[in-house]
Write a new protein. Structure first.
Length: 71
């Protein structure tokens, strides 16, 4: 796990699965919260991927100085 978004996504996934496992038939709070936490985990993983992608773009922009030497 390279950035905080992945760590939070992992914790959200585990918490959501625990809530889904302990929910009893007929209760509406735990399954709803568990489902929301799983959706939040997907969102956080997407944010983490975006952060990584922006890091790669930044590294690529820094490497573009090599092309100016060929002029």
């Amino acid at each position: 796990m390279q950035n905080g978004a992945y760590s939070l996504a992992f914790l959200s996934t585990v918490s959501g699965l625990v809530l889904l496992m302990i929910s009893k038939p007929g209760s509406s709070l735990y399954p709803s919260l568990g489902t929301v936490l799983l959706l939040v985990a997907v969102l956080l993983a997407g944010i983490g991927k975006g952060i990584e992608w922006l890091g790669y773009v930044k590294e690529g922009a820094l490497d573009s100085d090599d092309t100016d030497d060929h002029r």
